[in-house]
Design a protein around this ligand. Sequence first.
Ligand code: PEP
Ligand code: MN
Length: 376
Amino acid sequence: MKLDLKIQPLSSWITAKAQPLLIAGPCSAETEEQLVATAHLLAATGKVTALRAGIWKPRTRPGEFEGIGSIGLEWLKRAKAETGLPTAVEVATAKHVEEALKGGVDILWIGARSTANPFTVQEIADALKGVDIPVMIKNPVNPDLSLWIGALERVNNAGITKLAAIHRGFSSYEKTAFRNEPMWDLAINLKTHAPELPIICDPSHISGNRELIPYVSQKALDMDMQGLMIESHIDPSVAWTDAKQQVTPAALSELIDRLALRRPEVVNSQVKDALADLRNGIDKIDDLVIAKLAERMKIVEQIGNYKKDNGITILQVNRWDEILQKRTNYGKALNLNPEFTEKLLELIHGESIRKQTEIMNKGQGNAPVQEQLMHS
Ligand code: PEP
Ligand code: MN
């Protein structure tokens, strides 16, 4: 399903200083000196397009530093005047929007916790009615694509057309190497729903530590994301928030230098032809796979009718075990990952059972009762 978003291209509201498009700055504005000095160093790299800084900070526990507040807007103004960098801040309430607009902020973003709450998003959207400002929307903390889409729609419905999404990873109970699981599929899924929507990756909040940022940044570029938002602090070791994941402007510059920029569109015509040939091959095989699956389903239907006429249960566990075993071994011999083969077979088998259940229940007024069998 394609989303009906009315959005302007990224280039209409931000001009990248260099590739990749980079938004950088401290997690939080702490003091005027810290913010302005960081901004100068970032601008001097020639790689940073916009300056980010949180001035209202969503903190998990009370009593932690909750942001410097509106005074930070004055510091951002000074940083912009001295470096020429447009500024970006997080807004979480209508009041934040009002103050940020009054304070001359160039770009707003909605944080992950806010995106998870439709009341908050609607309040922000209402405050943005009639305003022409770019808004970036981070994914919600929980891995729920609809919430992310819903927030984009609410803000877009308020008339904001300079819109981007920010992928910052998702909370998970299980602790892994990442602070927030990237779950790239979700971001890719958003891209298929709204191909024209720019997605910017925030490797800092995905990683939670400096060491992983280069890896996540490269992966984001390889996934064809349109830019990066990376937290940078003049002295990360003493940062008031997110100290472990911030990098100095110099480290940021080196990190960016080491990224490989690969193009989604191929320019070299020889490469283009070779790629087109290979893709043709894939398309043909995909068509065959679909046709064969349809053929398989026809046979499944015949079996369903036969089982119904003869009073045989839909699932015979032995038969299913045998299919799974044989096909997984066959796949293994052909170099297919057994996990992949198993998943694929389960999907096909699930659909076959659904089809046969439909046949069995036809004319009997039974609700589908095969759920248990599918999982047995
Ligand atoms: C931030 O950007 O500093 C921030 C609070 O991010 P998130 O909303 O992704 O947690
Ligand atoms: Mn942060």
